[in-house]
Design a protein. Structure first.
Length: 65
C-alpha cells in the first residue's frame, strides 16, 4: 500500500513521506535487525528504522523506475 501511494505521489509530483514498520529486536539500533535500503545522494544505503526513521521520504524508499 505504501509503495502504491508513493508511486501515485511521484506521478503527480507531490511530496510524500512513508512511516515504516520493521521487526525490532532491540529498538536502540544495536542489532540492525530493522534495516531497509534507502537511496541517498551517494547511492544506496542501509538505514535502521528504529534510529534513522521510522519516517522516510518516499522517493528514497521507493525510487522512480
Amino acid at each position: 500500500m505504501l509503495e502504491a501511494v508513493a508511486k501515485l505521489a511521484q506521478e503527480y509530483h507531490l511530496p510524500c513521506q512513508v512511516s515504516l514498520e520493521e521487526f525490532m529486536a532491540c529498538a536502540v539500533g544495536g542489532c540492525a535487525g530493522c534495516v531497509v535500503e534507502v537511496q541517498t545522494e551517494t547511492g544506496p544505503a542501509m538505514k535502521r528504522v528504529c534510529v534513522d526513521g521510522p519516517v522516510f521520504d518516499s522517493n528514497a524508499v521507493f525510487p522512480a523506475a
